[in-house]
Design a binder for this molecule. Structure first.
Ligand code: CO
Length: 134
């Protein structure tokens, strides 16, 4: 059911420091920072030949990644994102198997302008999973 790895997201306190690691130390190509007030994060995408890394930092009050960043002040892997062809079919199949979909269970428009859903980490080996319809 799942297809390509779309991205791995790393949550950080300070985006400039994180960008320097990927741009200067690792020599990667980065997109400019994109504030997403509706998601409470600012994101930068590291463009790799076969996938992406999403660097994200809290934006504004009550960011959904605030607690995660407080627990992981040096940064940490926050989620992995897999591509699916049909997000509603994927959701229904997962729910039928007992997996928990976060939030309302309805897809939202994610950082790439495409419908996404998040799955409970306890159902997926301790890893928050994002599904993105491509
Ligand atoms: Co993501």
């Amino acid at each position: 059911m799942i297809g390509r790895l779309n991205h791995v997201a790393i949550a950080v306190q300070d985006l400039d420091t994180a960008c320097a690691v990927y741009r200067d130390t690792l020599g990667a190509t980065l997109t400019p920072p994109l504030p997403q007030p509706e998601h409470g994060v600012t994101v930068v995408f590291v463009e790799l030949p076969n996938s992406k890394i999403e660097l994200m930092a809290p934006l504004g009050e009550g960011s959904p990644i605030e607690a995660f960043v407080a627990r992981n002040p040096g940064g940490g892997v926050h989620h992995v994102c897999y591509e699916v062809d049909d997000i509603l079919a994927a959701r229904d199949r997962l729910k039928a198997q007992g997996a928990r979909v976060l939030g309302t269970g309805e897809p939202r428009i994610g950082a790439h302008g495409k419908p996404v859903l998040f799955l409970h980490p306890k159902d997926f080996l301790g890893t928050l999973v994002e599904l993105e319809q491509v």
